[in-house]
Design a protein around this ligand. Structure first.
Ligand code: DC
Length: 229
């Protein structure tokens, strides 16, 4: 039997990390973990509690509340992937809004938030056979992952993908708004002092601006096969 490995996929927002990760997990029979959903759930929690107001985040209140935040993934057989539950409530839809997207980077900067989530992520991956995507998976969460992928694409390409997704869901957004949000998140994700998005030395970079889903999937599946056989 092939050996089970850890696959870490990092990169900017809307590079198609989760699409690739889900495809890999399905074909390999691995667990897929979307770590962005965990940061999003904490941003959503903060909004619900009133810790986020316009441009201000009450970090102290959030930090004090962290022990009361329980995050779980439950596999949805119909959808074929795990959905995010916050304190027992399915928040998969609520965490994908543009409001959450515009606050989540501020929440993800907080060291106490990162420490809590990194620990939970490491627990989820301790038996390998996992595909995890995020920003710090190959650098902080699983520095010993057997395969690390670092995905990139131009901001324009990524904003267009995100815009199409949101419009399809019926959200009222403009392309300019989405592009601004993508650029702002890129800036915060790469400039924060705690676990910024950087390519791990041993990660393989894939720019998918000009690759379709199938081409990208085949490329990465070949890399996986080299590692597991
Ligand atoms: O992948 P995403 O766009 O759903 O991630 C949401 C935000 O969470 C993103 O702005 C950066 C942050 N994030 C992070 O800091 N570390 C991770 N491992 C995953 C996401």
């Amino acid at each position: 039997m092939d050996k089970k490995i850890t696959i870490a996929i990092d990169g900017f927002s809307s590079t198609g990390k989760s699409t690739l990760a889900k495809q890999l997990a399905k074909v390999l029979g691995y667990v897929y973990v979307d770590t962005g959903a965990m940061y999003r759930a904490i941003a959503y929690f903060s909004m619900q509690k009133g810790y986020i107001k316009t441009d201000y985040l009450d970090k102290e209140s959030l930090i004090v509340s962290l022990p009361n935040i329980q995050l779980q993934f439950h596999f949805n057989v119909e959808l074929g992937f795990a959905e995010m539950y916050l304190n027992g409530e399915n928040v998969e839809k609520q965490i994908r809004t543009i409001e959450v997207s515009s606050f989540v980077s501020k929440v993800a900067e907080i060291p106490e938030v990162r420490a809590k989530l990194v620990e939970q992520q490491q627990q989820m991956g301790k038996n390998k056979g996992i595909v995890m995507d995020g920003r710090d998976i190959g650098t902080v969460v699983f520095p010993d992952a057997e395969l690390k992928i670092y995905m990139t694409a131009s901001a324009q390409t990524r904003a267009q993908r995100r815009y199409d997704e949101l419009i399809q869901k019926g959200d009222q957004v403009t392309f300019e708004e989405v592009l601004k949000n993508v650029e702002e998140r890129d800036y915060i994700d790469t400039h924060r002092s705690n676990s910024p998005l950087i390519k791990a030395d041993d990660a393989i970079e894939i720019d998918n601006s000009n690759l379709n889903r199938e081409e990208q999937f085949e490329l990465v599946l070949d890399l996986v096969k080299q590692k597991i056989s």
